[in-house]
Design a protein around this ligand. Sequence first.
Ligand code: PLP
Length: 385
Amino acid sequence: MDSKTFVEKYYIDRSKNNGVKWSRGRKMKALPLWIADMDFKDDERVLKKLKEFIDFGDFGYNNLPEDYFKVFNAYHKKRNDIEYEQEHIRFTKGAVDAIHQLICALTNKGDAIMINTPLYPPFKATIASCKRKVIESEMINDNGHFIFDYKDIERKIIKHKVKILMLCSPHNPLGRVYTFEELDRLFAICKKYKVLVVSDEVHGDIIIKEHKFIPALSLKKYKNMIITITAVSKTFSLAVFSHCHVIIPNKNLRRKFIYYQQSIHSGSVNVFNALPSYYNYLYGDEWLDGVNEVIYENYSYFRCKLSPYLNMTDMEGSYLLFVNMTPYCKDKSGYDFLLEDCHLLVNPGESFDPRYRSWVRINLATSPKNIRKAVNSILKLIKTK
Ligand SMILES: Cc1ncc(COP(=O)(O)O)c(C=O)c1O
């Protein structure tokens, strides 16, 4: 589906609704381009199926559709040429819940867990709230293309005896879609020092044209030290339904995880929350291709208009663009500059890493009209500086 048809069919005016994104925008009197959800409603066949479920009115204990895993695998096979074994898949109430449960199940208090910053804040917050030690390795900014600092990673793994590397792949907010070679080099270091890799792949379906998403578990030789977190909560903007998968091929680790889930009465699937994912795995292909087109066009437009003035990441995946507002924001943070002077509500760079105060994260999963409006207000302002 081309982007124009997609926007006409699926863009929703959320400005008067009670969603977090737009209500905060209303309060701040700003166009909301923050938080990671989309301004598009779901595919019409998915909505029809969900309405049928509601209209039937059977809200007693339900089973997952019998072919749930078949459908889940058909989707992954088609999009990324990978299939997962049903036995390896566990459920959680979201990706952050998965991170939390994995840390609790597989490490002890005081253990060191590594992240690559700047990074989606709940990684660090969750590690810290579990009383584990956060070890940060800052990514190297090679002119907007952020890469792993392998030497720093290896040095810190040795020094702190790191137990888990929490990978964000694709990376939020840096928009990186790692290549096979990058992952191979990173995993080889982890293997050498017996570090587990937990790969959060919730952004793996929104990929900018020439790039290819590589699921961590497609590097088969590392499968015993890799755990994947995957969901379509970002892909189809289903944040209201908390439903996520944790894939653990290693039997021993899986056993520990199951034991932990049992100890906190977790791990059973909420069927109502799972159904939107199921129907999107089944019917979402065309919608997903359409939304990828819109995001690609929004990104191309933003980049074309503003890259003569601003540095920004090469957004290879996700719909989140990390933009450096230096030198325009002067002594203000990038966030304050855009809010006060352009009436745009974005995510502050410092929430991803305190060193990135003049950076902002901008959500491009909205209409081209909103992106044009944002670009124009930024352009108008920076041209006067
Ligand atoms: C990388 C990443 N992981 C997890 C989440 C949150 O997922 P959930 O709402 O399922 O906890 C987000 C939300 O933006 C994210 O970007």
